[in-house]
Design a binder for this molecule. Structure first.
Ligand code: UT7
Length: 344
């Protein structure tokens, strides 16, 4: 007998008896700025090309001699705890979405939970590239709904500068370092929390975006190209084609399954990959520009850090209207994609 997939179905079984609330958010970016003018000095590129093709003007980068993914993940977590009015010991789970951890063992989650004294928390990292934060939030929300956890810190953090080849102009100009965190907690009102989530993957398309560790990781069709092991390799055109279609499809699906229209939501928070990709989806779905936040001009694409960084900026600016739903959407390497619609 085949088992029907529950991915994307409404309502989640069994009927929830508790809700989930976002208590507070936090984010952190390094002070060091890498501007388009800096790239003009380093590479054969121009501010005009970068702005026109991507919308990016500058990004932030860590000092990798002393800092890493854990540094910014911890700072975002501390800020989120402060905004939530919680102590580290109130957390029972810390999840970090990242593909740029300093070490695969221990996880970033273990390191930062230990560093802040979250002694009651389980901790693990989750890897879904740029979709990572939305994946992690969906997983954590489901655990809280089901009573498996009560208070969870969900973090997206990425030290992209640690996996970039700064001689590759097609890739290095796109990315920056950033981290963001949302703290979620069980709530007696079952109507609040994630009212719809969808997560998908197509591993057959992994060659569009990958980080080879060994020569044998490089697919045959890429073998003739100059590849640096440990650095992000991307087929920009292929990712662009995938992203433009997938972004629109994922948003359309979330609106259709929830019965919401763009007018009903306070914000659609999109992964910041390229302003042209965001604009294409926005125009196809006729979403008012005021409802789709863009900060890629200031931070570039920070992979799993991008959605929680937007969420924190919007949260602090009071743009996530209480009582109104909002939507999170991301896509990325894997290939992966995810949506999450929240009733506040
Ligand atoms: O989070 C998911 C991660 N990735 C993405 O979302 C990326 C998706 N892809 C993109 O955003 C776009 O494909 C890029 C911004 C990466 C590239 O834009 P494009 O319009 O697809 O440019 P292209 O790759 O077709 O390149 C056009 C030209 C090429 O020169 P020729 O062959 O026409 O002479 C490139 O060599 O632009 C050249 N080029 C550059 N020129 C100046 C590539 N990178 C640069 C650069 N500066 N930095």
């Amino acid at each position: 007998m085949s088992v029907p997939s529950t991915n994307g179905m409404l309502p989640p079984p069994p009927t929830p008896t508790r809700g989930v609330r976002i208590l507070g958010t936090g984010s952190f970016v390094p002070d060091r700025r890498l501007t388009n003018a800096d790239f003009e000095r380093m590479l054969d590129t121009s501010d005009e090309w970068i702005v026109q093709r991507t919308g990016i003007r500058e990004r932030r980068v860590l000092d990798l001699r002393t800092e890493g993914c854990s540094t910014i993940a911890q700072r975002a977590l501390e800020r989120a705890l402060e905004s939530s009015g919680l102590k580290p010991t109130d957390l029972d789970l810390v999840v970090v979405a990242t593909v740029t951890m300093e070490m695969t063992c221990p996880s970033v989650a273990c390191r930062i939970a230990g560093a802040i004294g979250a002694t009651n928390a389980a901790a693990f990292d989750l890897g879904a590239a740029c979709s990572g934060f939305v994946y992690a939030l969906n997983v954590a929300e489901s655990m809280v709904r089901m009573g498996r956890a009560r208070t969870v810190a969900v973090i997206g953090a990425e030290a992209m500068s640690s996996i970039l080849d700064y001689t590759d102009r097609a890739v290095s100009i796109l990315f920056g370092d950033a981290a963001g965190c949302a703290i979620i907690q069980a709530d007696p009102d079952p109507r609040v929390g994630c009212i719809y989530q969808h997560m998908g993957a197509d591993g057959s398309g992994w060659q569009a975006l990958y980080i080879p560790r060994r020569e044998s990781d490089v697919p045959a069709e890429d073998a003739a190209n100059p590849i640096r092991l440990g650095c992000l390799r991307m087929n920009g055109k292929e990712v662009f084609r995938f992203a433009v279609t997938k972004f629109k499809d994922v948003m359309e699906d979330a609106f259709a399954k929830t019965g919401l229209t763009p007018n009903d939501v306070s914000q659609v928070i999109c992964h910041q990959s390229n302003v042209r990709i965001i604009d294409a989806a926005r125009e196809k779905l006729n979403i008012d520009p005021s409802k789709i936040y863009v900060n890629i001009d200031r931070y570039g694409n920070s992979s799993a850090g991008s959605v929680p960084l937007c969420l924190d900026e919007l949260w602090r600016a009071g743009k996530i209207t209480p009582g109104k739903p909002f939507m999170l959407v991301a896509f990325g390497g894997g290939l992966t994609w995810a949506s999450s619609v929240w009733q506040t």
